[in-house]
Ligand binder design. Structure first.
Ligand code: NA7
Length: 539
């Protein structure tokens, strides 16, 4: 691709362009501005919040407690904001985002309704040329992709979909004005986290709900509840310690990790710990034992506990069996629910197993499986995302020698630290593949990346250097290391979106890096060793 750099430079030139105004893009803007940079954030939506802007489906809420799933870079922000519940619902998270924008005066540097089509490194000028689908190209020395891990929706191909006469929705692109299902017959396709959160609410509202399940998921009750003033005060008084402790944890937040091995525990001890985890709720189950995701036998003992709990909740034994996962526990991200399994006891809810016989087609009036058409007025696709690489590959990103990122990554993403990729100087990815990202509390990971990028740019400017680029060797070693670490766990053993296994044709590669503290240590070492693995240059 050739870029008319003169035309592009005749438009608007910045020190840095940030793509995306989610949690990553907003903090990146704030951080770079505090170093005196002229920054422009380009955002496809008509509002900020990224994943939380688009995922407005009924019941959308975070699965990490909000007092941990929130920014920690400003103690003033921590102290002034009051979360109303343990797990904030999507509208409250968006309010928080808006508060952050106002508080740090970010809005004027964000250009909404601007979807980036291409980002091309012009070697002659050593600048990035970023072109939106509409409007002028922008240029900048640095280009930072804050495009999110779960932002490119996955709508599988269903024969006949265009013939459907009713309304269709994807959980990840929910209408801003909301949807009223009252009196309607609704289909939900998929039983991942988005379905698990939305099904109980849609079932209450609609006339008849039919759920199409290909794979059952482990879900633990969230036990969401309002936060009392006392709880909030206690957390606020201890925020520095809570955050510091969180950052030393494998998943970058305090999930009350039990360091013991289940392999060394008696069946009674295992049962007691599982009961404790069940009461703590949601993702706290990941902290049950240190060998939960390392030892298959241990994993299945714990899985059996959860399977029994599911069976206790669902009255019809056939439905209960269908809803009970057989796979490795926690290999796919476990869900945190409110009345998910109980919903299948309702008279207006039907579960259709499509594991052996897939959905054959969408007809004008419903969903056909085998000979049977399930007549519906609306279809909700809760079919997930082209995770981690989808949003990046959607943009035509080109580095040295016109190399396209999506070609470079055809056999799986290749990065150094999940932050950079060789051949693409001055391009950074926040929570990119090869970084802990989705295996951690995302906001904590985002902050670590933003600070690394901010400090790196400060360093370059202080040394009057213009370019930073990962070396091929460092990248190769990092990709190998990411794979080796994942291979030592059970996380490779199911068809999860961590592996890209949910997208037909996507190369099966475990994308996130397992372990936040060792990752941060590596980043710190890289900096201490004068940006080891990077080439820094004057031009
Ligand atoms: P997920 O977890 O990827 O779930 C998608 C669901 O859609 C899952 O149950 C899939 O079944 C199902 N699916 C996908 N394609 C089909 C077809 N063709 N037919 C039937 N069912 C299908 O996405 P979510 O949005 O729920 O959650 C993503 C993350 O967001 C979650 O992990 C949290 O971190 C927050 P499958 O399992 O592939 O058989």
């Amino acid at each position: 691709m050739t870029v008319d750099i003169k035309t592009a430079q005749g438009t608007t030139d910045y020190n840095a362009i940030v793509v995306g105004a989610g949690f990553a893009g907003l903090y990146m803007l704030h951080r770079l501005r505090s170093s005196g940079l002229k920054v422009r954030v380009l955002e496809a939506g008509n509002g900020a919040g990224g994943t939380w802007f688009w995922n407005r489906y009924p019941g959308a809420r975070c699965d990490i407690e909000s007092t941990q799933y929130s920014y920690q870079f400003s103690s003033e922000l921590e102290q002034e904001w009051n979360w109303s519940e343990r797990y904030a619902a999507q509208p409250e998270i968006l309010k928080y985002v808006e508060h952050v924008i106002e508080r740090f005066n970010l809005r004027d540097d964000i250009q909404f309704n601007t979807r980036v089509e291409s980002a091309v490194f012009d070697e002659a000028s050593a600048r990035w040329v970023v072109t939106p689908t509409e409007g002028k190209a922008l240029t900048a020395q640095f280009c930072i992709m804050a495009t999110g891990c779960l932002s490119s929706t996955n709508l599988p191909h269903f024969e006949g979909l265009e013939s459907f006469k009713g309304a269709t929705y994807h959980t990840g692109q929910w209408p801003q004005q909301g949807v009223d299902f009252t009196g309607l017959r609704v289909a939900v396709i998929g039983t991942g986290s988005s379905a698990v959160q939305s099904i109980p609410i849609i079932a209450e509202e609609c006339k008849q709900l039919t759920v199409f399940q290909r794979t059952p998921n482990y879900s633990i009750p969230a036990y969401n509840a309002p936060l009392t003033d006392e709880e909030r005060d206690r957390i606020k008084a201890n925020y520095p310690a809570i955050r510091e402790f969180g950052k030393r944890q494998f998943l970058a937040y305090d999930l009350q990790m039990n360091e013991k091995l289940a392999a060394d525990a008696t069946p009674e001890e295992i049962r007691a710990e599982c009961e404790k985890r069940w009461r703590l709720g949601g993702l706290y189950f990941y902290g049950a034992f240190a060998d939960l995701l390392l030892d298959e036998q241990v994993n299945q003992t714990i899985a059996d506990f959860v399977r029994d709990k599911i069976k206790e909740k669902v009255k019809d034994p056939v439905v209960a069996d269908l809803l009970t996962p057989k796979s490795i526990f926690g290999c796919k991200r476990i869900c945190a629910d409110t009345n998910y399994f109980e919903t299948f006891n309702r008279d207006n809810v039907l579960l259709v197993d499509v594991s052996k016989e897939p959905i054959a087609e969408i007809t004008p009036t419903g969903v056909r499986v085998g000979d049977r058409v399930y007549e519906v007025d609306a279809i909700v696709f809760a079919t997930g995302f082209d995770a981690m690489t989808g949003a990046l590959n959607r943009i035509d990103i080109r580095g040295r020698g016109d190399l396209a990122l999506r070609e470079k990554w055809a056999a799986g993403p290749r990065t150094y630290l999940g932050l950079t990729t060789a051949g693409f100087p001055n391009l950074f990815t926040i929570s990119g593949p090869g970084s802990p990202s989705v295996l951690t509390c995302m906001i904590t990971s985002i902050e670590q990346h933003v600070e690394f990028i901010g400090d790196t740019i400060d360093h370059l400017r202080a040394k009057q250097l213009r370019l930073i680029e990962a070396t091929e060797d460092a990248e190769e070693a990092w990709v190998t290391h990411v794979n080796e670490v994942a291979a030592g766990t059970l996380l490779n053993s199911c068809n999860s979106w961590y592996l890209g296994a949910n997208i037909p044709g996507k190369r099966r590669v475990f994308m996130p890096y397992v372990g936040f503290p060792p990752y941060v240590e590596k980043c710190n070492e890289v900096v201490a060793n004068d940006y080891e693995g990077f080439r820094l240059g004057a031009a």
